[in-house]
Write a protein that binds this ligand. Structure first.
Ligand code: KIV
Length: 246
């Protein structure tokens, strides 16, 4: 299992880091067998697994159940657990909740935004943190690309420097221009994991349901489908249905 330190080292040796989300035993074990570097139990499970409209609709109880399942399915892979909306409202609450997720088997936690006191407290208590900048789905009013104006790009760049100073080992860069992703990646020591941030980041993350084609809805413009399990699933159910009816 890769430690946060080993993931940092991959940046210095120029190795790209492949991250996928997963939410249960079956898919976590597939990702582990495939050799995926890290699995993120994203709060995107609110949408992908539970059918809610927003990631802000789930809390710690759900995150604990799904994190524990993924850790059982991929016992040899570094699992990152997302801190759900408002679970990191204060440094004390964040520490308590991060510890709950680590007790489920996660090796690090991810949280959205440059929350200085929260991240400082987690780091002072030895917790490995992955940050998340750019588009922040928990609080976003729309899903447009971020960092498209000079002012916004500079703000994201400065937040990246703040996360570096706080000692995060990595951070996600979501839906920002490729140039900005590259500039940040070259300017900071933490690993940058892009989703819609171009090919210049240290690694990439995709939502499993988009990458495996587990739904029949439109995928974001920056995502890529590597399989079509939705169609395969429907075909499998149809074959079963036909056999029973016949
Ligand atoms: O919740 C999630 O799946 C995420 C990824 C989009 C990075 O935060």
């Amino acid at each position: 299992m890769l430690t946060a330190q080993e993931i940092r080292l991959m940046k210095s040796t120029g190795q790209k880091i492949a991250v996928t989300t997963a939410y249960d035993v079956a898919f976590a074990s597939m990702a582990e067998i495939a050799g995926i570097d890290q699995i993120l139990v994203g709060d995107s499970l609110a949408n992908t697994m539970l059918g809610y409209k927003s990631t802000s609709e789930i809390g710690m109880n759900e995150m604990e159940i799904f994190t524990a399942a993924v850790c059982r399915g991929a016992p040899n892979t570094h699992v990152i657990a997302d801190m759900p909306y408002k679970s990191d409202e204060t440094p004390e609450l964040a520490l308590e909740n991060a510890r709950r997720l680590l007790r489920c088997g996660a090796r690090s936690v991810k949280l959205e935004g440059a929350k200085v006191e929260v991240i400082r407290t987690l780091r002072e208590n030895g917790i490995e943190v992955m940050g998340h900048l750019g588009l922040l789905p928990q609080t976003a009013k729309n899903f447009k690309q971020r960092g498209t104006t000079e002012k916004e790009a500079e703000q994201i760049f400065q937040e990246a420097k703040i996360l570096e100073a706080l000692g995060v080992y990595a951070f996600v860069l979501e839906h920002i221009p490729e140039e900005l992703g590259k500039k940040i990646t070259n300017a900071v020591s933490p690993v940058t994991i892009g989703i819609g941030a171009g090919s210049g980041t240290d690694g990439q993350v995709l939502v499993m349901h988009d990458l495996l084609g587990l739904h029949n809805k439109k995928i974001p413009p920056f995502a890529k489908k590597f399989a079509n399990l939705f169609e395969e699933g429907v075909a499998g159910f149809r074959s079963y249905l036909k056999m029973v009816k016949d």
